[in-house]
Design a protein around this ligand. Structure first.
Ligand SMILES: NC(=O)c1ccc[n+]([C@@H]2O[C@H](COP(=O)([O-])OP(=O)(O)OC[C@H]3O[C@@H](n4cnc5c(N)ncnc54)[C@H](O)[C@@H]3O)[C@@H](O)[C@H]2O)c1
Length: 339
């Protein structure tokens, strides 16, 4: 299999699906055989945009033919989170490797069940924590591990999204904790190479649509790790100056910083000061390379060339920490975790 094309099916082309189609179109060893969707016109448009017209569009209620195809190696799950568990377990039981968008499932127990099925079926299950694959953050994770800044004291992550407050789906995509903050909770754990022992959290809702759904659009999670390091994970659904994504790791021997990405790296200096292009608008631009690299990793795992970089422990722990943060915020308490 090392040099053959990996045959893939992708489920769901809403916000994130087209980005993974773009990675497939760019990857020399990936071939999209099926695109599964409810919205067939949208599916056709997305395939046309990426020049993937030879893929077969399968209505989501006719998915049995995808599972029955013995030549299919892997499934990529880009559907809403509540649908993940069913698609993941059905795909695994049909003998397909699975790469799913985060969070792996709607809660930590369901996620653990999915991994159990993967282990029973002896197939890889990759959770798409794409920040681990971002070259800047990956370099920071590696250099922390190599001791470049000594003992880590503090991590600060910033995740400010650029959602449109009038987007009708906003109230349906999951709570800020498990849907949004999970990205940087996992990132903080990846940087530390350990899991937190205490969790506290706070949040508020500034937008009506968020408040009506008992959710928060501004939130922080505080973590304490066994090594003593502290972390603050901060997220907002709305940011009016662009997709603000930063990571700072402060250690006894220095600081590592992952700064924001602008539309380009030019700077204009005039008598009025310095001006830079806007921050990139959203995840599709900022993390484009990371999505390609996680697909590349998935393919190499299927080919037997790499071991899963996001383990069962990682995939379940991140959800559990976010569930704990939700509880900590609701009870205004600091909650201890044991692993
Ligand atoms: N890693 C990231 O940066 C990132 C960014 C956005 C979303 N996500 C995750 O990706 C997943 C999808 O989010 P989204 O915002 O793209 O959702 P979305 O609602 O925009 O799109 C989902 C698509 O899936 C289709 N669909 C629903 N059920 C299906 C099924 N059973 N089979 C096939 N297609 C089905 C819908 O018709 C829709 O087009 C979520 O789990 C979300 O958390 C990750």
């Amino acid at each position: 299999m090392a040099n053959t094309k990996i045959e893939l099916a992708l489920f769901g082309v809403g916000r994130i699906g087209p980005t993974h189609l773009n990675s497939i179109a760019r990857h020399p060893r990936a071939h999209l055989k099926y695109l599964v969707e409810f919205d067939l016109a949208l599916a056709k448009k997305c395939l046309d945009e990426e020049g993937l017209e030879d893929a077969v569009i399968v209505p989501a209620n006719e998915v049995a033919k995808v599972y029955a195809d013995k030549s299919l190696h892997g499934v990529i799950v880009c559907t809403p989170t509540p649908t993940h568990q069913k698609i993941i377990t059905e795909s695994l039981r049909a003998g397909k490797a699975v790469f799913t968008e985060k969070p792996l499932a709607h809660d930590s127990a369901a996620a653990d069940e999915c991994y159990k099925v993967a282990e029973e079926c002896k197939l890889p299950l990759l959770c798409g924590f794409n920040r681990r694959f971002d070259p800047t953050y990956d370099s920071i994770i590696k250099r922390v591990g190599e001791g470049a800044i000594g003992h880590v004291r503090y991590i600060k992550t910033t995740l400010r999204d650029t959602m449109d407050p009038s987007w009708p789906m906003l109230g349906t995509i999951g709570t800020c904790w498990v849907d949004l903050l999970i990205h940087d909770v996992d990132l903080a754990c990846a940087v530390m190479g350990e899991l937190p022992i205490t969790v506290s959290a706070d949040g508020d809702a500034f937008a009506d649509v968020i408040r009506k759904n008992n959710d928060f659009d501004q939130a922080i999670i505080n973590l304490k790790f066994p090594s003593g390091a502290l972390a603050t994970v901060e997220a907002s659904r709305f940011c009016n100056y662009g997709y603000d994504q930063r990571l700072e790791v402060f250690g006894i021997g220095g600081m590592l910083e992952g700064a924001n990405f602008h539309d380009d790296q030019s700077k204009l200096y005039t008598a009025n000061g310095m001006n830079r292009p806007l921050l990139q608008p959203s995840f599709q631009q900022r993390y484009r390379e990371s999505y390609y690299l996680e697909l590349d990793h998935f393919i190499k795992v299927i080919q037997g060339k790499e071991k899963l970089r996001v383990t069962r422990k990682d995939g379940v722990a991140a959800i559990k920490i976010c569930e704990t943060a939700e509880k900590a915020n609701a009870t205004k308490s600091t909650i201890s975790l044991q692993w």
